[in-house]
Structure formats: C-alpha cells, structure tokens
Design a protein around this ligand. Structure first.
Ligand code: XMP
Length: 185
C-alpha cells in the first residue's frame, strides 16, 4: 500500500471485476446502437480505457476537459474545455463517462453543454458515486461503486495532480488533504 493512504478501498481485482459487470450492462443497453463514449479528462482516463476495451459494440470516442476551483469540500467555479466539435456530437447518442459523481455539478454542466451542441441523448456513467455530497439533482445511469464521503485517490483520481497511476483506490490520509485549493480533474 502507498504510504500516503489510510487504507485501500477497492483493490485492482475488485475494480476490474466491477468493470466487467458494468460493461455487460452497458453493452446490453447499446446493443445494435451506434454511440460515442465521451470521457471527462483527466480523472476518467484509466476507467474509460478499461471500460471501452470490454465493450464489443461499435463505438466512437471523444474527450472533454473539466476543472473545478475550490477545495473538495466546497463547490467552486467549473471550467469546461476542449468540447468536441458539433460535427462529432450532432445527432449522436453519447455515453458521458467521469471518474466520480460528487456534487453533480460537473456531470450536469457537461451534459448540458453536449446537448446544446446537438447530441440527441446523453447517458452518464461513473466509476464512483458519492451520493452524500450531491448538490444538484442528478444520478448516473451506470456506476461501478458507491463510496461514502471520504476523499479517495487512485485509478485516475488525483490529489494535487498525484496518485492517478495507482491501480487501486484508497482513502488519502486526512492530514494530506488540508489546505487543498484545487480539486484536480
Ligand atoms: P462534482 O462535484 O462536480 O465533482 O460532481 C466531480 C469531480 O470532483 C472531483 N472529486 C474527487 N477527486 N477524490 C478525487 O480525487 C475524491 O474523493 C473526489 N470527489 C470529487 C473529481 O475530479 C470529479 O471529477
């Protein structure tokens, strides 16, 4: 285990088994349907790579970047960047993928931006769901695990840009979180 972690929440094998289960659900819903997986950078990069490789469906991929300012206990400003061109979205069904659904602001605002650019449908898929922190009334159509109100890192999730490369998810030692000014994406 990494020395900055209090404990491991999901091991690598638990994560991959969870994504196996999720990919069956997703592939059934999109059976016979063309769609585009839109991954929110940076946090979902590892999750989306594992997810799409388990989907036999014909699909395209696109990316969008979102970043919020403020520490992880407050809701700060949200910047959405690198939105795909309208030609990639118009008339398409989209599966919007993020690392964690927390207050709901990111998923809500990115989904709205994608619909404004002509997507016909946006379903949502998250690796982790933290319902205790929800501020906006939004639920994911697909999720792998629910977590309690603890700051987690690993498997794409960062703190101050670090820990994304850990193959498991762990709870960061609380003393390392204090003074945080930016929730990285
Ligand atoms: P919202 O609040 O918009 O937030 O649903 C989603 C984004 O917040 C970040 N976030 C976390 N990042 N550990 C992290 O590493 C956490 O426990 C955590 N909670 C929220 C994350 O970037 C996510 O995309």
């Amino acid at each position: 285990m990494h020395r900055d972690l209090e404990r491991i929440l999901f091991s690598e094998s638990e994560i991959l088994a969870g994504i196996d289960r999720l990919s069956v659900e997703v592939s059934e819903v999109y059976s016979g349907v063309e769609f585009t997986v839109v991954a929110i950078l940076k946090g979902s990069c590892i999750f989306v790579a594992d997810l799409v490789r388990r989907l036999p469906n014909p699909l395209e991929m696109a990316f969008v970047a979102a970043r919020s300012y403020g520490d992880h206990t407050t809701s700060g400003e949200l910047d959405i960047d690198l939105l795909p061109a309208e030609s990639e979205l118009s008339g398409r069904r989209l599966l919007l993928v993020d690392d964690i659904l927390d207050t709901g602001r990111t998923l809500f605002h990115v989904r709205t931006a994608l619909l404004d650019r002509g997507a016909t449908e946006v379903r949502t898929c998250v690796f982790l769901d933290k319902p205790a922190r929800r501020v906006i009334d939004i639920e994911a159509d697909f999720r792998v695990f629910e977590v309690e109100d603890q700051f987690v890192v690993g498997y794409g999730l960062d703190h101050a840009g670090r820990y994304r490369n850990l193959p498991f998810v762990g709870i960061l030692r609380p003393e390392l979180i204090e003074g945080d000014q930016e929730a990285g994406r």
